[in-house]
Design a binder for this molecule. Structure first.
Ligand SMILES: Cc1ncc(COP(=O)(O)O)c(C=O)c1O
Length: 415
């Protein structure tokens, strides 16, 4: 019979458990902020205050101005908004390339015409960036893809070469590079990327979803546009933000009302905003808590490698150099990552293979494939710890991993 052992949650990169302060803030907001934040009456204004508090807390967290923060449904939408802002819509006449959206009044222009300009983007971005880039390419944008090094880092030289290559075809409007990779934790050279992009007249978008609240703000230094998601910093799901430097004008990807200055139409959620504000305030000093996790992550990694070796084959770490302090990603020779994850789930250890959004599909991680090839990707498992993970959790998780490996090893081949 399956044991009712306590579940050990080692998937903090997929999402984080909401913090009690966040839940309390949402509960308090639920009592007073049920009205439509766009309504001008008292109840509406009360609801709107929560929206503005979230905007201010996010601005403080990322180091930009609250007037330049657009609340979205999460990191995915923030990334889509960021990528599409740089490319004008010729067919619709909403402004030629480089003349971005100029205010709510222009929101009637449909966003589906042919586009101009070039985009430089790495192959290890989250699908909300890579798929958006593919969509822009289908509409005429020249997209230059940058491969990572086997270490998982995108080399600044490769970025510069891609920029120069793309610039020979069309003016490069935007470079998109994440701050921290969601699967390996490898920290990307954002400051160098900003210098390279700016020297060539392009803007830099940084998907900081995995960096904000885990690393200090230097991790996205120099970015012109920064994407954030509340649920990665112990806030609620379904809310995030795109913060931009003054002067960066966005264009909406959704058409509708005047919410978020017309840039993100749709009724805003004051409860989610209350939770986001509480999470963003807490996240200001979270990087110190995360830094303190590095020794625990190192012990977890070493113990997992030892458990693999004892079962026959030591797993191989994916991602080298500067890494976020809470992630380890290992490929297990001879095993399939998704099968190991399923077996570990039965033992009460929650981990993932590939990013959560591609969980359930058999496709190996595009990030690890780009770094190290499809075989290495197919056997990968990501362990990500968080501020509530204890030494005892790590010891028990490794014990369960060893048990799973021994059990799988003892099965007849092909079963
Ligand atoms: C690096 C990165 N960017 C973007 C996202 C998407 O954020 P959301 O889940 O809020 O849409 C994720 C989520 O896993 C992520 O890890």
């Amino acid at each position: 019979m399956r044991s009712a052992a306590r579940v050990i949650y080692l998937d903090w990169n997929a999402t984080t458990p909401p913090h009690p302060e966040v839940l309390a803030a949402m509960q308090a907001a639920a009592e007073v902020a049920w009205a439509n934040p766009a309504s001008v009456h008292g109840p509406g204004r009360r609801a709107r205050a929560f929206i503005e508090q979230a905007r201010e807390a996010v601005a403080r967290l990322v180091g930009l101005d609250a007037r330049d923060v657009t609340l979205t449904s999460g990191g995915t939408e923030a990334n889509n908004l960021a990528l599409s802002h740089a490319f004008g819509d010729e067919a619709a006449g909403a402004g030629a390339a480089g003349a971005p959206y100029a205010g709510a009044g222009a929101a009637g222009a449909p966003p589906w015409g042919r586009l101009q300009g070039a985009l430089v983007v790495s192959r290890i971005e989250h699908p909300s960036v890579t798929r958006a880039a593919e969509g822009l390419a289908r509409r005429g944008v020249e997209v230059a893809w940058v491969d990572p090094e086997p270490s998982g880092r995108v080399a600044p030289e490769a970025l510069a070469a891609a920029l120069d290559r793309a610039a020979s075809v069309a003016p490069v409007r935007l470079v998109s590079l994440q701050a921290v990779n969601h699967e390996t934790g490898v920290i990307q050279p954002v400051a160098e990327a900003a210098a390279i992009a700016h020297a060539r007249g392009a803007r830099l978008h940084v998907d900081a979803v995995q960096a904000v609240g885990r690393l200090p703000p230097e991790a996205w230094a120099g970015a012109d546009l920064v994407s954030v998601a509340a649920h990665k910093i112990r806030g609620p799901k379904g809310i995030g933000a795109l913060a931009v430097r003054p002067g960066v004008r966005l264009r909406p990807v959704l058409l509708g009302g005047a919410q978020e200055r017309g840039l993100r139409p749709g009724t805003q959620d004051p409860l989610a905003a209350a939770g986001f504000a509480a999470a963003a305030r807490r996240a200001l000093d979270a990087p110190a808590r995360y830094a303190a996790l590095a020794p625990l992550r190192d012990r977890l990694e070493a113990a997992l490698i030892e458990a693999g070796r004892a079962a026959g084959d030591a797993p191989l770490p994916n991602g080298e150099g500067m890494r976020a302090p809470h992630i380890t990603n290992l490929s297990w020779p001879g095993w399939r990552g998704d099968e190991l994850c399923a077996a570990l789930d039965l033992e009460g250890v929650a981990v993932s293979s590939g990013s959560a959004c591609s969980a359930g599909t058999a496709e190996p991680s595009p990030v690890l494939t780009a770094m190290l090839g499809p075989e290495r990707a197919a056997s990968a498992v990501r362990f990500s710890i968080g501020e509530e993970t204890t030494e005892a959790d790590v010891v028990e998780a490794v014990r369960r991993v060893a048990r799973v490996l021994a059990r799988l090893r003892s099965l007849p081949a092909g079963s």
